[in-house]
Design a protein around this ligand. Structure first.
Ligand SMILES: C[S@@+](CC[C@H](N)C(=O)[O-])C[C@H]1O[C@@H](n2cnc3c(N)ncnc32)[C@H](O)[C@@H]1O
Length: 199
């Protein structure tokens, strides 16, 4: 039986623009931990386009197997089996990583989970290693579009712990965790690609 492959149209739309950005950051061999992999469409697209990387997908317990269909179907040898990783937990099942990637997770996680994600990465990354974080963000409390404002309202109505994160808050959190913002790229559909570097 063909493996089940959950499909996200947003992933199909954004995977190539994201790839064009992150391949300028993930330039050499190494293991990239993806947090909140979801369907696996990003993992397969990026691992296929950057064969010098080892891609390590992960997601919360209960969600980490969602990407299996895409990964198995791809037959790529540079994607590891997904691991169960809750950013909120101190106990991550990964040892050595050379960089990290996460898309559309910061507005789904509670703020303390976003803090834990940065803290967990900081514990496993050496100076100069990159963390690419993709998604919608606000600046100085202002949304970058009406659609993001509506999306934020929708998220908070669904669950008060969710919501689009503000760059001022992220900059403070990241500095405390030991990351600096290297670059902030505008992306289609009012999203951003933030490149953080471990200090
Ligand atoms: C909106 S989906 C994004 C999925 C995929 N990265 C994408 O861009 O389509 C949010 C993802 O974050 C994951 N997630 C939420 N809270 C998490 C946590 N505490 N630790 C790890 N992953 C988490 C969810 O399970 C889900 O896969």
């Amino acid at each position: 039986m063909a493996p089940h492959k959950p499909f996200s149209q947003a992933c199909e739309n954004n995977k190539q623009p994201i790839l064009e950005r992150i391949r300028q950051t993930f330039t050499g061999p190494g293991t990239i931990l993806e947090i909140g992999t979801g369907t696996g469409q990003h993992a397969v697209h990026f691992a296929s386009a950057m064969p010098y990387l080892v891609w390590q997908p992960s997601d919360r317990p209960g969600a980490s197997s969602h990407c299996l269909g895409w990964i198995e179907d791809s037959t790529l040898t540079n994607i590891c089996p997904p691991v169960e990783l809750d950013a909120a937990s101190a106990d991550w099942p990964v040892e050595r990583i050379d960089g990290a990637y996460s898309a559309n997770t910061a507005h789904i996680m509670a703020w303390n989970e976003v803090e834990s994600m940065f803290a967990g990465l900081a514990r496993r990354m050496h100076t100069g290693m990159p963390f690419c974080l993709y998604g919608p963000f606000s600046y100085g409390g202002a949304h970058t579009s009406d659609s993001n404002r509506l999306f934020d309202r929708h998220l908070r109505a669904q669950a008060p712990h969710m919501g689009i994160r503000d760059m001022d808050d992220l900059l403070g959190l990241a500095a405390q965790a030991g990351f600096r913002l290297e670059s902030d790229h505008g992306m289609p559909a009012n999203n951003r690609l933030l490149v953080w570097r471990k200090l």
